[in-house]
Design a protein around this ligand. Structure first.
Ligand code: AGP
Length: 620
């Protein structure tokens, strides 16, 4: 939540700082889009502009302002304290106009800090928790004129989570920042350094980056970087090279990021599967840092995640239990965190996160580790906090996901969970090597199968357009189709703003069937014909809702003739036949994503930036 950019260069090329910051904000806008602002050091003073609404509102003001600044900061906001107004937008400028600051996170003791300021007659102009930080920073700066040291002292006073980035009008040769429980990375350029909530902020300028540890303060100059811990002791960032470029972070020929990312799903699965086996056909997960002997001892797995990532975990539960014979629970990270969980050193906690920055998931990880569990993270973003704070990491290689609604991350997460499941099964010797090899072969076919589903995209889109006026949609599934139903409903809620609910089809008669009324659209995720028991149960469920007037839209295999007896062919979305039952979610979810995307578009909504949401949920 909230995107932050910082830039300092040795030369003050006309408009360069302004443009780099605005471009960085554009690439971070998915993190929050309630308001945007920029502050530049110009002629020993702060030039600051901020505007409620999308970045374009700020652009229209700032484009006519020619700037010779070589240092500046920018912010795109997801509102927490105070509504999305110009006053509450960042940057905030200190009472003496010397310092400007941007903030991501929540300052929990801001009231106490505001009271201290009030005693000095320093009053906030905004309703934010962030503004107190800039005034306190200015007071600290008065003491010794050292912005780096002032930021360190300020960081020690704050409670909560924060990334703070500040500029000093008296010195345009540096930018300082502090981070606790909130993301920040450094970009290393030629004669310029950058700060960003993530590397997208500066990937157009440089791919060399530096990860920063927890509770650190950083100073960037045009040619160098210094990092200290909050206690003042020297430390360093960890260098890394960003393995994707500006094209990966752009829309390409697609109208929206979501369209592009749906089309990248075959590649997301393929890349996540790449280089996982050795010459003897054994799975090797080099990046894991957990000893195999510990994995043999595991007697329980708890998956912690939020939203779409948690549904990937629900899918994985079926495979992990089947292959590893270990009980698996899936918990929403925010629920797991605040209960007396029963975990120990034999519990493996698997945390799933695309961003690697979701605060709820991060807190659950810390909670699990405090209770002696090992944590294995399945993460898409290299160098993210969750990756750093876990005992082991298995990266999904989906590439940057920009649209707020998660698509390619979901299929990559399922793929990574399956690799993990097969690896555990191999280590624990609970399935034969032949089964592992055959299952991997099935997984390797999945990118092609997803491409086959994408070829039917137009039919799903026209179905969505024909249903532009629906008020409520239900989704039903069994077995791995159940979490797919939940994910289909989530996509529709977040993108098209209509009531949608996913149910286990077997649960229907226990209550939800009362919702069914004439012509209500119900998506049914039909299991493969080969799973005859659950397949026939789902066909019965189709008949039950049809008998009550529902309009069934079935997602079913090409060779599923039974479904055609009860659903008109125009309402059947066909997926390839012969897909391994556990891998069906990788194909059945695709039409649901396309449907939600198209329904949102036809309703005139912003597909990439749905209202009230942000991509990376970095507050609890
Ligand atoms: C889904 O479309 C959402 N973007 C959301 O549910 C998301 O999956 C959730 O917030 C978890 O995010 P993460 O994977 O970055 O941790």
């Amino acid at each position: 939540m909230c995107g932050i950019v910082g830039y300092v260069a040795s030369e003050n090329i006309s408009d360069k700082a302004r443009d780099v910051i605005i471009e960085g904000l554009a690439r971070l806008e998915y993190r929050g889009y309630d308001s945007a602002g920029i502050a530049l050091v110009e002629d020993s003073s702060i030039y600051c502009q901020k505007k409620e609404g999308r970045l374009d509102n700020l652009r229209s003001i700032i484009s006519s302002h020619s700037s010779s600044a070589r240092a500046g900061i920018g912010h795109t906001r997801w509102a927490t304290h105070g509504g999305p107004t110009d006053e509450n937008a960042h940057p905030h400028v200190s009472f003496d106009k010397r310092v400007a600051l941007v903030h991501n996170g929540i300052i929990e003791n801001y009231k106490d800090l505001a009271n201290e300021l009030a005693q000095k007659n320093i009053l906030s102009l905004s309703e934010t928790d962030s503004e107190v930080a800039v005034h306190h920073l200015a007071l600290e700066l008065e003491k010794d004129n050292d912005l780096f040291e002032a930021m360190r002292r300020l960081a020690c006073k704050l409670e909560g989570s924060f990334t703070l980035v500040a500029i000093d009008s008296h010195n345009d040769g540096e930018i300082v920042a502090a981070r606790r429980n909130s993301p920040l990375v450094v970009g290393i350029g030629e004669g310029a350094y950058y700060l960003g909530s993530d590397v997208a902020a500066f990937v157009g300028e440089t791919r060399k980056a530096l990860e920063l540890g927890q509770d650190t303060v950083v100073r960037i100059t045009p040619t160098d970087v210094d990092v200290v811990k909050f206690d003042g002791s020297k430390t360093q960032g960890t260098p890394f090279e960003v393995d994707w470029d500006l094209d990966a972070a752009g829309k390409g020929n697609f109208d929206t990021f979501m369209d592009k990312e749906i089309h990248e799903e075959p590649a997301a699965v393929r890349k996540t599967l790449t280089s996982r086996v050795d010459s003897a056909n054994r799975l090797v997960l080099d990046e894991l840092r957990i000893d195999e002997s510990l994995l043999r001892e595991v007697n329980r797995i708890i998956v912690v995640a939020c939203g779409t990532a948690s549904y990937a975990g629900h899918v994985a539960k079926y495979a992990l239990e089947q292959w590893c014979r270990i009980p698996v629970e899936v918990e929403l990270a925010h629920e797991f965190r605040y209960r007396e969980c029963i975990v120990n050193e034999k519990t493996l906690v698997v945390a799933i996160s695309q961003s690697g920055e979701t605060m709820d998931t991060l807190m659950a990880i810390r909670h699990a580790r405090e209770n002696s569990s090992k944590v294995l993270a399945i993460v898409n973003t290299y160098g993210s906090t969750i990756a750093r704070e876990s005992d082991a990491v298995l990266y999904t290689h989906a590439g940057p996901e920009v649209a707020v609604a998660s698509t390619k991350a979901f299929v990559a997460q399922i793929t990574a969970c399956y690799i993990l499941g097969l690896y555990l099964a191999q280590v624990r010797e609970c399935v034969s090597s032949e089964t592992i090899t055959n299952t991997l072969e099935e997984l390797n076919k999945m990118p092609g199968r997803i491409e086959d589903v994408l070829a039917c995209e137009d039919a799903v889109r026209s179905l969505a357009r024909s249903m532009a006026d629906v008020q409520s949609v239900l989704f039903l599934g069994r077995h791995v189709g159940f979490p797919v139903a939940l994910e289909g409903a989530l996509k529709l809620k977040e993108l098209a703003y209509i009531h949608a609910e996913g149910f286990a089809a077997g649960e229907l008669k226990h209550g939800p069937i009362a919702l069914v009324e004439e012509d209500m659209p119900i998506f049914v995720i039909v299991p493969p014909v080969s799973e005859d028991v659950i397949h026939s149960k789902v066909i019965s469920n189709v008949q039950e809702v049809r008998a009550r007037g529902a309009r069934v839209i079935a997602v079913a295999e090409e060779n599923d003739l039974a479904v055609g007896n009860f659903v008109d062919e125009e309402y059947i979305v066909r997926v390839p036949s012969g897909v391994h039952a556990l891998m069906m979610p990788l194909v059945t979810v695709i039409p649901l994503q396309i449907f939600a995307c198209e329904l949102a578009r036809v309703k005139g909504y912003d597909v990439d930036k749905p209202r009230n949401l942000a991509k990376s949920v970095t507050v609890e």
